[in-house]
Design a protein around this ligand. Structure first.
Ligand code: ADP
Ligand code: MG
Length: 440
């Protein structure tokens, strides 16, 4: 069978998302706005990537498109018709394989058809065809626990394909796999796609891996955080199959890094659509060890204080998700600047790299005082009090005037971790109290 796909620019989009907003109710606090004014379309013949950091709402968006969650506002249309519920033409593959351990491979794959009322003989035949297509023949009778991660994800793919969907949604389908297995599966899937051996007309894939997006996608939507929204679109015109070492490929990867770090809209921290500054400034949850480690790496050869982020990510074997929050912490503490995809150490950052442990702590304390208003505020309160201590609850309450309880707790945890390292102030977990351990 051949399901050759061509791009039909005139046809209505297979999927059209318009003005989508999604919030989650939080008990006793303002609802958490996860997606805001999301618009996107998916056309026949294309693979579209959704690239964003963890927590930006990508899985939520996919679940809304799949009809698993009803949007708070806005709509999802399939072939020009607004959806009341998920159409049978959309199938989804999850990051965790979500297989039933007590069912064999064949039974797991057949399951999707049972729910759709396909009778037994045809179920078996179609499941065997999907298993064969995805390279699982010989494993029909195996149980999930007997399979490697890569084989389990193949079962996940076969289960999605067996219903012969027109659209395949994939939520970080390769991120739980080791590097080699992931690459094999990507290549196999692209081969099936370009040879027209799957019934699928379009794929929408969530990823936080820039290279994976450039390798597979015709179009990449860059997703911003807090709340999640599409902030940029990049077309990848490189012919398939693509070569990661091709200079044009590297160039695309570089350009996406630059857009993801250079766009003020991508980095402006917001909650409920309002930029947070001053006490309510959003703080990345990044340990001082990672901050020190990144400064050292950038200060050392071959970077000598200025590093290209894609090169640094490859060198440190880190993905956007891991590297960006650390780089942003350096920026926030003015230990480095981020521009156009480069990270370069500031004067303070260079000094930090050369300092010994104690001098580093003093320098870090100075940066905290200068750059993180909440840290300076807590310190001043402690300085003013005779006993040099104050309940943490007080600051959490103060923060909750500006943000949800979850964010308030997370923000206070972040500032506490940095202040402890810098010995700027101390925190006693049992008493839930800040103090100046060594008031000088
Ligand atoms: P991503 O896939 O980009 O990592 P998610 O869509 O999983 O992001 O989550 C986005 C935000 O929504 C996160 O802050 C997460 O904690 C929150 N969230 C996700 N699912 C729920 C839920 N069922 N109830 C409440 N909050 C949720
Ligand atoms: Mg997710």
């Amino acid at each position: 069978m051949n399901f050759s796909h061509r791009l039909h620019p005139a046809a209505p989009a297979l999927i059209e998302v318009r003005g989508l907003r999604q919030s989650y109710d939080k008990s006793g606090a303002a609802p958490l706005l996860v997606l805001d004014r999301v618009d996107l379309s998916l056309r026949s013949g294309e693979i579209v990537g959704l690239l964003g950091r963890s927590g930006s709402g990508k899985s939520t968006l996919l679940r809304v498109i799949a009809g698993l969650i009803r949007p708070s506002e806005g709509e999802v249309a399939f072939c020009g018709t607004s959806l009341a519920r998920a159409p049978a033409d959309i199938a989804m593959v999850f990051q965790s394989f979500a297989l039933f351990p007590w069912l064999t491979v064949l039974q797991n794959v057949e399951l999707g058809l049972e729910a759709r009322g396909v009778h037994a003989a045809q179920r078996r035949q179609r499941a065997l065809a999907a298993i064969d297509l995805i390279g699982l023949d010989g494993y029909e009778g195996a149980y999930p626990k007997e399979l490697s991660g890569g084989m389990r994800q193949r079962v996940g793919l076969a289960r999605a394909l067996v219903v012969q969907p027109r659209v395949l949604l994939m939520d970080e389908p390769f991120s739980a796999l080791d590097v080699l297995t992931a690459e094999t599966l990507r290549t196999d899937l692209l081969d099936l796609w370009s040879e027209g051996r799957m019934p699928i007309e379009a794929m929408l894939m969530v990823t936080h891996n820039i290279e994976e997006a450039v390798l597979m996608c015709d179009r990449i939507l860059i997703f911003g955080s807090n709340p999640g929204r599409v902030i940029d679109e990049i077309r990848i015109e490189l012919p398939q199959p693509r070569d990661r070492l091709d200079p044009a490929f590297r160039d695309q990867v570089d350009r996406i890094y630059a857009r993801m770090t250079g766009s003020p809209r991508a980095s402006a921290p917001r909650e409920g659509g309002i930029a947070r500054q001053g006490l309510a400034m959003e703080l990345p949850q990044v340990s001082s060890n990672l901050i020190a480690g990144l400064i050292e790496a950038v200060a050392a050869a071959p970077y000598h204080g200025r590093a290209d982020l894609p090169a640094l990510a490859a060198h440190l074997r880190m993905e956007v998700d891991e590297l960006f929050p650390i780089a942003e912490s350096l920026q926030l503490l003015r230990l480095a600047e981020l521009d156009d995809g480069d990270l370069h150490l500031s004067e303070a950052g260079r000094r930090f790299a050369d300092d010994d442990v104690d001098a580093r702590k003093r320098l870090f304390a100075q940066q905290l005082a200068a750059c993180v208003p909440l840290a300076g505020h807590i310190r001043r309160v402690l300085d003013e009090r005779a006993a040099h201590q104050a309940p943490a609850r007080r600051f959490r309450d103060e923060l909750e005037d500006h943000m949800s309880a979850d964010y308030a707790a997370a923000t206070l945890r972040a500032v506490t971790a940095w202040a402890r390292y810098a010995e700027y102030f101390a925190y006693d977990e049992d008493a839930d109290r800040f103090s100046l351990d060594d008031p000088s």
